[in-house]
Ligand binder design. Sequence first.
Ligand code: COA
Length: 205
Amino acid sequence: MATLTLRYMQIVDIPQVVVIDNVSFDPAWSARSYAYEISESSYSHMVVLERTVEQPTPGWRRFFKNISGQREVRRQVVAYGGLWHISGEGHISTIATHPDWRGHGFGEIVLAGMVRRALTLDAEYVVLEVRVSNTIAQKLYQKYEFKTAAVKPRYYRNNNEDAYDMRLDLTDEAIIARFDQRFDHIKARHSFNDLYTDVKSTKKR
Ligand SMILES: CC(C)(COP(=O)(O)OP(=O)(O)OC[C@H]1O[C@@H](n2cnc3c(N)ncnc32)[C@H](O)[C@@H]1OP(=O)(O)O)[C@@H](O)C(=O)NCCC(=O)NCCS
């Protein structure tokens, strides 16, 4: 039986996050950047979605595990994201799902988790940049009512691609009501543990 947990990213997660980042982005962030975001930046609220599965223990080892009550568990970061909160603005700095787990609703949990976190931090809007060619990510953002506010010409240095600046207005009560409904819906669908959206980071601010 698998359990999903949405929680703050920790230093121990970095190797798994970097693997996902490397297959998702060009250029990718370095492990050092993640360490900075997790431990140093006072603006940053990095998040992971972790999938935990109890592993079957074979043969005689199972007997001893049963007596001691120990269980072997496999923990996997299936998706992650980054949110900066700077004076009223929530800025989504990154979001990705492990390629093996795309299409399972995990990116949506991470996005909705960051929007909910921005709301609990009293952000007035959430903004992000997305490549004009990245229609999959745009669909996800549109589902959450992000609107294209501007085009940033040649924003991406590796190929000079333009970015859409997409924004979600968190001062509009109707938008927040619909967001709350969607959040309740994905909580009911995936029943994940939420240790992020309403939890203060332990970092000094
Ligand atoms: C964008 C990304 C995070 C989506 O993650 P995911 O876990 O696969 O997405 P989900 O399964 O949660 O899908 C949520 C929504 O995204 C959109 N979506 C996801 N996959 C899609 C696809 N193949 N085609 C069209 N829309 C898609 C849909 O709106 C979907 O909602 P629906 O299921 O009700 O149709 C993932 O594709 C990814 O990691 N891409 C590479 C990194 C990246 O581009 N990040 C964004 C940078 S701006």
